[in-house]
Design a protein around this ligand. Structure first.
Ligand code: NAI
Length: 318
């Protein structure tokens, strides 16, 4: 086994760290030597109100355990102020855990503009503002580790969470682009889709399940991703209740139609099985991989991929 993973000299911002997952992340990083900005607006689970109590309590817990931390009560919508707090107190920022979140669940039929807007502002705009303010500092320092907190609701969809799932999958797109833009500067971005007992899940899951799903089961994976030894970048991880795994896109081999003649709906329909069959799936990792079959199809011959379907032949043209 290797040595203990330490974060001495590192400065971490954990948003929404007043309770739940953020609190567990903050306590773990602080216990391993990181100086932590414990950000929390201290509002309700649906985004109303504010209070300094939650963040103060976590800072007190960190200090009582011998760690170093400072509280910040700004909304992530004012991300620049949170990053400024890190710079003012600790002179740098190495790690950002975008974790702050609220819920405004409702069926799509009943969803209001306000439900939609508020979820977007906290999850997407908030993560953007915090990360964008820290980005130049991380690039200049040649080091950064950024976590975005997505959700199974975003990855798979979930009844009553159209606003939330949109925001949560939006964060995946943001993280994957930052992974590309930051790579050369050793600024890495990864995504977690956690599950844990918290005030966000206590109304949905039975009490015995939320009690068992401790936020502390999620934080160790986050710590590994935030460590300087980690080379993981652009990854998406499902984590919770002792389960940890990595997710990727899977694509069917698909159909390729010879170009130059009419590709009709009937031709598509006739080849539906080929289009949707995951039997010979591939796992494109980037835009180049994703567009490869398209580019190949523009050429005259197939390069080792699936067979080209002759449109005329398929349609029974002479
Ligand atoms: P939580 O409600 O226990 O903690 C979230 C914290 O964020 C709260 O302390 C709240 O005051 C703070 N917060 C809310 N809006 C804020 C704002 N505008 N600025 C600063 N702080 C703000 O919830 P939990 O479960 O720990 O959630 C943490 C993150 O994990 C959220 O992004 C949530 O969507 C996500 N998540 C949680 C899951 C779970 O099973 N608990 C499942 C999937 C995702």
């Amino acid at each position: 086994m290797g040595n203990e993973l330490r974060f001495d000299g590192r400065v971490a911002i954990v948003t929404g760290a007043g309770q739940g997952l953020g609190r567990a992340h903050a306590l773990l990083l602080a216990s391993r030597g990181a100086k932590v900005v414990v950000n929390d607006l201290g509002g309700s689970a649906t985004g109303g109100g504010k209070s300094s109590e939650a963040a103060d309590k976590v800072v007190a817990d960190i200090k009582a355990a011998g760690g170093e931390a400072v509280a910040n009560y700004d909304s992530v919508e004012e991300g620049g102020k949170i990053v400024q707090a890190a710079l003012d107190h600790f002179k740098r920022v190495d790690i950002i855990i975008n974790n702050a979140g609220i819920l405004r669940d409702s069926s799509f039929q009943k969803m209001t503009e306000q439900d939609w807007e508020l979820i977007y502002r906290v999850h997407v705009l908030g993560a953007f503002r915090v990360t964008h303010a820290a980005w130049p500092h991380m690039r200049d320092a040649g080091f950064g580790r950024i976590i975005f907190t997505s959700s199974a609701a975003g990855l798979y969809g979930n009844f009553g969470q159209a606003n939330y799932s949109t925001a949560k999958l939006g964060l995946v797109g943001l993280a994957r682009t930052l992974a590309i833009e930051g790579a050369k500067k050793n600024v890495f971005a990864n995504v977690i889709a956690p599950i844990a007992g918290s005030r966000l899940t206590e109304t949905i899951l039975p009490k015995e399940v939320t009690d068992a799903l401790k936020p502390e089961y999620v934080s160790p994976l986050v710590a590994v991703l935030c460590h300087e030894e980690s080379q993981e970048n652009g990854g998406i991880f499902e984590v919770g209740g002792g389960f940890m795994s990595k997710l990727r896109w899977q694509r069917t081999e698909g159909a390729r139609f010879k170009l130059g003649r009419n590709i009709t709906p009937e031709l598509v329909q006739r080849n539906w099985e080929r289009i949707t069959d995951f039997g010979k799936a591939t796992f494109p990792e980037d835009i180049t991989g994703a567009t490869q079959p398209v580019m190949e199809n523009l050429g005259t011959k197939s390069r080792g991929g699936n067979e080209l379907i002759d449109v005329d032949e398929a349609l029974g043209f002479e």
